[in-house]
Design a protein around this ligand. Sequence first.
Ligand code: FE
Length: 148
Amino acid sequence: MSATDSRTTNPHYSRTDTAHLDVPDTEWKRILPDDVYHVAREKGTERAFTGKLWDADGLGMYYCAVCGNALFRSDSKFGSSCGWPSFFEAIRPDSVRYESDKTFGMVRTEVLCGRCDSHLGHIFDDGPKPTGKRFCMNSAVLDFEEDK
Ligand code: FE
């Protein structure tokens, strides 16, 4: 099942409703494609340079592939050499939230969707101006919609 197909069968997906979701993983497991579930709910990481969006450069909006929450605008995306789609700023401060992640012997800051709490990736301090931040995201949990 592709991400597009899952959207039509996902009752929680909305690009307008920003109310916080509290959906158990057992239900997400039933709704989401396996690759989306693995990143979003098991905090997986896709291999660098393999995702569908790391080098995308179209004008448009990036939404959470799990719940439809608006996350990033293409004008905050930058060509990062790391192999994952990278942004210097979220579309709204509360479109994402942050948690300390001490797994794999590192101290990193995890980025989660502000609406559905899905894992999106991590944020680092080596991004470009004006924020100096690098939101290092997984393509699997992003839906890109090009401007019409
Ligand atoms: Fe979400």
